[in-house]
Design a protein around this ligand. Structure first.
Ligand SMILES: [Zn+2]
Length: 447
């Protein structure tokens, strides 16, 4: 089994991540977060919110609706260009994303270029392809009372999309924010929330899924200062990833995206790549989106997106620097960094070396023996004491102590506290460290 398979299996076994709709045999490209997974995910998202919004004076939060007026996607260019090259095998009718099954081509590949790669069908092995067609990745739905037998016109009038990015919910609220709180430039608007992309072939566990959570900031700047603000945002990302989430510096690689590979709205993009267990993959992106979005909104809505500088009275449409992170990608980076194996007294073990601020539980409390009421009672006392002080404390009295340690190691609990007979005599407990497995005695009052 590869390391990624090991992680997928641990995620299911310990309740971090389950396949979506598991009970019905799954649903491609969807994943469900279990009790431990949602805790870890939420901690990652909360750290981001604290770092970029709460601890800063220049970035404000918003939470926009997922369903947006379809004009949004006309203006943003998504209706026209948010598409992947789809190719169909004429033999077995399987459909693929062309640039993912052939080497040396990118998303803008033409039929001729694709055929010249002489790629064989990954399913049937034949080489008999139809033309490349553009497949729009937005999920289409209808709002309001539209019936399946309504004519096309009625249906089309009521089309809506599940948002493919959270960014547009920010851009469309730019004017509301200016009109209400009128912040000084540069200022940012941050949002966390779901985004949907109908991937042709979802794969790589939670790396390429059809429904994901994003954390995005649109940082509005004076166009003359975009370069210095780009650098500020760039170093802030490193600080967050390396200092707050403790991702190893040497696993993060910046990739300057060449013009032909950049999204249609970007004048400069750096992809932050990460060494995942199955190879280097994109972790997040930092893009200079210019005034692309605000100018499009101004044109489409007929409303001014101008900003008047409070000191100089200069009037302009701000430009935008956008750091954009997929939460699941970050989750897997954190998890695969934490995933560790070692051998203790000849016994192999797996443990998650999660940073303390991210571990689902800070402490696990247990009585040495489950069938000694005086130990259980004392342990409950310590458990309740710790729960009052720290919210994320778990209780475990299942199996023997060795099994409990192995379970807590696998879910990344940094400290296990055991109440034994000595506790009853002198109010001391043992604390076992997850990483070293070393145990020390401490008095309860020191906890
Ligand atoms: Zn085929």
């Amino acid at each position: 089994m590869s390391k990624l398979d090991d992680i997928v299996s641990l995620c299911k076994r310990r309740g971090f991540i389950f396949p979506g709709s598991d009970v019905y045999g799954g649903f491609a490209g969807t994943w469900d977060f279990g009790p431990l997974g949602v805790t870890l995910k939420k901690k990652i998202m909360d750290e981001w919110w604290k770092f970029f919004v709460e601890d800063r004076e220049d970035i404000y939060g918003i939470d926009a609706a997922i369903l947006m007026n379809p004009k949004t996607w006309e203006a943003s260019g998504h209706t026209a260009t948010f598409a992947d090259p789809l190719v169909e095998c004429k033999e077995c009718k399987s459909r693929f994303r062309a640039d993912k099954i052939a080497d040396g081509i990118n998303e803008s590949v033409t039929t001729e270029e694709f055929l010249a790669t002489h790629t064989k069908c990954p399913v049937c092995g034949k080489e008999n392809w139809g033309p490349i067609r553009k497949f729009n990745m937005m999920f289409l739905t209808h709002v309001g009372a539209v019936l399946p037998d309504d004519d096309k016109e009625v249906a089309e009038k009521n089309i809506a999309y599940l948002r493919p990015e959270t960014a547009q919910g920010i851009f469309t609220n730019y004017k509301n924010v200016i009109d209400t709180i009128y912040p000084d430039l540069p200022f940012g608007l941050a949002q966390q929330g779901k985004a949907f992309r109908n991937e042709i072939s979802p794969r790589d566990f939670i790396l390429r899924d059809r429904e994901c959570s994003q954390m995005e900031i649109e940082y509005f700047v004076n166009p003359n200062t975009w370069e210095e603000n780009f650098e500020t945002m760039r170093s802030l990302q490193h600080e967050f990833l390396e200092n707050i989430l403790e991702l190893p510096k040497n696993k993060i690689h910046e990739l300057e995206v060449p013009a032909e590979d950049r999204a249609h709205y970007s004048k400069r993009t750096i992809d932050f790549m990460f060494d995942y267990p199955n190879g280097e993959e994109e972790l997040m992106g930092l893009a200079y989106r210019t005034d692309f979005d605000l100018s499009n909104i101004a044109r489409e809505s007929g409303k001014s997106m101008d900003y008047r500088d409070k000191k100089t009275n200069e009037v302009f449409i701000p430009h935008v620097i956008e750091p954009s992170i997929g939460v699941e990608r970050l989750f897997l980076a954190v998890l695969s960094t934490a995933y560790s194996k070692d051998e203790i007294n000849g016994e192999k073990r797996v443990f998650l070396k999660l940073p303390e601020n991210l571990a689902p539980y800070k402490f696990c409390v247990s009585p040495l023996l489950k069938n000694k009421p005086e130990l259980v009672e004392k342990a409950k006392e310590v458990y309740n004491l710790l729960r009052k002080k720290y919210s994320n404390v778990t209780w475990d009295d299942s199996g023997n102590i060795g099994k409990r340690y192995r379970k807590q190691d696998e879910i990344g609990t940094p400290k296990c506290i055991v109440i034994d007979f000595e506790t009853l005599e002198n109010d001391t407990i043992t604390i076992r460290d997850r990483n070293t497995t070393e145990q020390i005695r401490k008095s309860i009052s020191e906890l």
